[in-house]
Design a binder for this molecule. Structure first.
Ligand code: SF4
Length: 393
């Protein structure tokens, strides 16, 4: 396996706090904030321990949880600590996830001053009824205020998160959310399908029949109209759930530089409880519980819970799955350079079949899913990766 990776890495910091737990969420976060000072201290120690590695970073992403439950001074402290201990480029993209209901005009001004230059706002829906179903703490008015305050604070790179596929949601209802999102003139949209994660209150309600889960076909139709609607309104889909507004000046659309690292095998370093890291060819992740995370750091050790070294076969599977998530697709030359095999030759028969069905498209340099193929990403990736790769060198 040859080394062919993005030269710059990304840093992800996980803030494990929320105001209230949403019933569909399985991210690691707690609602008791009394441990915040201890968490911040441990995080700084982790930054110090991991820092100094031989890697230049051009993105810093502070996510969660709900990072905006922390005081802006705490966010500033985290940003300062990363700059003190890591080699971070001056043109770094620094993203902060914020949720409406936990922001204020003042906090947004302070985030901007602290060096945040991109905001990801967890709007989820522009309809109060949907927000209520999702168990969110905020109202539509609070989302609008957050966006307005962010603009006034000088943010010119804002992404909004939306969720679709709610039980009972029809196309008209989802289009209302998309239209209202466009009215805000956001630079970026992430449209996530609601998923039923096991162990969540949502999944218990679906299992017991209290909530009727939508049919696959209904949700697929919502996915299809998302792509069509956003394309006709100047948004480029660059990943299955991510869309960036094309700029009038012809300059590059505002893709999330950080998220692209996850789909392109770039190295990333995760800090905080449950954060994942990938340094070719190793993947490792931190303890999920804050207690274990803090205990390990207090013992002077990195809070790593598990580590795995990816085999050539695993890397090939990842390259296929991650490449097909993006509209650019799998870069055929890069694939060959990395694995010493031709993607087209190795999967010739399966690619021909998928092409005949209109699910995959080929250019001289790339192999990508068509919009119809995107709806079947998981099964197409599974079909390709089920092939035994040991004899294909
Ligand atoms: S705010 Fe986000 S991270 Fe927190 S519980 Fe809700 S979905 Fe999960």
């Amino acid at each position: 396996m040859n080394e062919k990776f993005d030269i710059f890495g990304g840093i992800y910091v996980h803030i494990p706090y929320c105001v209230r737990k949403c019933p569909y969420c399985d991210f690691y976060s707690g609602v008791d904030h009394s441990s915040v000072p201890m968490f911040l201290e441990s995080l700084e120690r982790e930054i110090e321990m991991v820092g100094g590695i031989d890697q230049t970073f051009d993105t810093l992403y502070i996510g969660g949880g709900t990072p905006s439950v922390l005081e802006p001074e705490a966010i500033a402290r985290i940003i300062e600590a990363t700059h003190r201990h890591f080699n971070i480029r001056t043109d770094v993209e620094t993203t902060l996830e914020v949720n409406p209901g936990t922001t204020s005009r003042e906090s947004l001004i302070k985030y901007r001053r602290a060096g945040v230059n991109r905001l990801n706002i967890g709007v989820q829906s522009f309809q109060d009824k949907n927000l209520k179903f999702l168990g969110r703490i905020h109202s539509v008015d609070e989302s609008i205020s957050s966006i307005e305050w962010a603009r006034q604070a000088g943010f010119d790179n804002i992404g909004l998160d939306l969720i679709y596929g709610l039980p009972g949601q029809d196309q008209k209802n989802w289009l209302t959310d998309l239209r209202r999102a466009l009215e805000t003139e956001t630079e970026h949209l992430s449209c996530y399908m609601l998923t039923c994660e096991s162990g969540t209150p949502l999944s218990r309600n679906v299992k017991s029949g209290r909530i009727q889960w939508p049919e696959d076909g209904t949700v697929r139709a919502l996915f299809d109209i998302t792509i069509d609607f956003l394309a006709t309104h100047g948004f480029l889909q660059y990943e299955i759930s991510n869309f960036a507004r094309q700029t009038d000046s012809g300059s590059e659309a505002r893709y999330s530089r950080h998220n692209q690292k996850y789909w392109s095998f770039a190295p990333y370093t995760g800090l905080g409880p449950s954060a994942h890291s990938f340094i070719p060819f190793e993947r490792y992740w931190n303890h999920r519980s804050l207690e274990n995370y803090v205990r390990q750091i207090n013992a002077g050790q990195l809070p790593i819970s598990e580590k795995e070294t990816l085999t050539r076969e695993q890397m090939i599977m990842e390259a296929i799955y991650l490449g097909l998530r993006t509209t650019r697709g799998i870069d055929l030359d890069e694939f060959e350079k990395m694995f010493d095999i031709s993607f087209l030759k190795a999967f010739e028969a399966k690619i021909a079949e998928l092409k005949k069905e209109g699910l995959i498209k080929l250019s001289n340099s790339h192999c990508a899913l068509t919009p119809q193929g995107m709806a079947y990403l998981d099964s197409i990736a599974a079909m390709l990766t089920s092939q035994d790769m040991t004899d294909d060198r």
